[in-house]
Design a protein around this ligand. Structure first.
Ligand code: SF4
Length: 389
């Protein structure tokens, strides 16, 4: 079973106008129909230019953003409705499960969570409203469970740590809230151990964030994330605010912790070399959608989408004797996510564009078992035996 499954995730931000009476005049489609999964102990990298929706995905996974559509399953459990308002959650459950033919009392051929809902439905005498009430029971506990299971480390440790709290105060809070420590003394002892685990000193417990360097502050943010023993950690550009030497230490720390916790990571980054080094699978995003997806080595050694080629061509090469591949570089700006181009969103910047590119958004073509790409150039791979996803 996958640790995390994101299915057709959408996050649209409404654009409102008006002073006294606000009207929705459009949407910023920050994330649009994105699907991927993460296994326990594995890392998926999400790469792309600024504004392509990477951070929005991270925040949606841990539900700092309420999602517009799609499903988020953690350990096979549909957690999509946990943080929705009740009316919306009821609509979600109804449309996903109770208007579905599968829920007529049959249990064969259903996924584990569907089976569970099916049991709830049968126990509720096949009444969808009673089944929904049962699912809404203990919702606070379910939310708390999700908060323990999935954590995030932000890009800028200074703004993600409370400057008025000591490290001890910040780190004991989740331990007491989630009842991991039975009292404050035990929590402080656990915080001291956590600090040592992330490479700090136990006596740092009484210090404030401004008394640390950037790398040390990021270690505190990591300690806070792992304090609740999460299964899934979203790492949102966790090294981009740090010096190169400190980056290496933090990456080594992530690796060590992953082996200890067997956690799955969603690694969001601009740093392609780092993504290649630590991720087993990679998703490349452009304007809210995934344009290429697959195993890390397949993507880096044989990039297929013109945008992926451009990203790799633009990455610095740490060898003065090697020449940069300039033929794949692109010009122009990322179009506005409010008013996206028709057809393939990349067509205004793509030198391979064809007529079809301006009319139809390309589906995901399966080039081989390890590699998917959304580009009309590869539609022939489908005709030659590949599959349309
Ligand atoms: Fe370029 Fe067309 Fe492929 Fe889009 S679908 S990347 S415009 S070739």
């Amino acid at each position: 079973m996958k640790l995390l499954e994101v299915r057709n995730l959408k996050k649209y931000f409404p654009i409102k106008q008006g002073f006294l009476i606000e009207r929705v005049v459009g949407f910023v489609k920050a994330v649009d129909d994105v699907s991927f999964s993460v296994d326990r102990g594995k890392t998926i990298g999400i790469v792309g230019e600024s504004g392509c929706g990477k951070t929005t995905i991270g925040k949606a996974i841990i539900r700092l953003h309420e999602i517009t559509d799609g499903e988020i399953l953690i350990d096979g459990e549909d957690t999509t409705f946990y943080f929705m308002r009740r009316k919306r959650a009821a609509e979600y459950l109804k449309s996903r499960y109770f208007e579905n033919e599968a829920f007529t009392g049959r249990a064969n051929g259903l996924e584990p969570f569907e089976k569970k809902i099916n049991d709830v439905y049968l126990n509720a005498g096949k009444s969808s409203s009673r089944a929904m009430s049962a699912l809404f029971e203990n919702l606070d506990e379910k939310r708390r469970y999700l908060r323990r299971k999935a954590q995030i480390v932000f890009q800028d440790p200074m703004s993600s740590l409370n400057p008025r709290m000591t490290v001890g105060q910040m780190l004991t809070e989740p331990l007491l809230f989630h009842k991991i420590a039975k009292d404050l003394d035990e929590a402080i002892e656990m915080v001291r151990e956590l600090l040592v685990q992330v490479g700090l000193k136990a006596y740092h417990v009484d210090r404030y964030p401004h008394q640390f360097s950037g790398g040390q502050r990021q270690r505190i943010a990591v300690a806070r994330a792992i304090s609740v023993n999460p299964d899934l950690i979203v790492l949102d550009e966790p090294t981009s605010a740090l010096d190169v030497s400190v980056q290496a230490q933090i990456v080594t720390l992530f690796d060590k912790l992953q082996q200890q916790l067997n956690a799955g990571y969603v690694f969001i980054s601009h740093n392609l070399a780092l993504v290649r080094f630590i991720c087993q699978t990679v998703s490349v995003m452009y304007l809210g959608r995934i344009v290429e997806q697959g195993e890390s080595e397949a993507i880096f050694s044989n990039p297929l989408h013109p945008y992926t080629k451009a990203l790799l061509a633009a990455a610095p090469i740490p060898d003065p004797n090697k020449k940069r591949n300039r033929k794949d570089l692109i010009g122009g700006q990322v179009p506005s996510p409010i008013n996206r181009p028709t057809g393939c969103f990349f067509h205004p910047r793509c030198k391979y564009r064809m007529d079809i590119c301006t009319r139809e958004y390309p589906p995901m073509f399966k080039v081989d078992e390890k590699h998917l790409v959304a580009c009309h150039l590869y539609s022939t791979s489908q005709e030659q035996g590949g599959e349309k996803k």
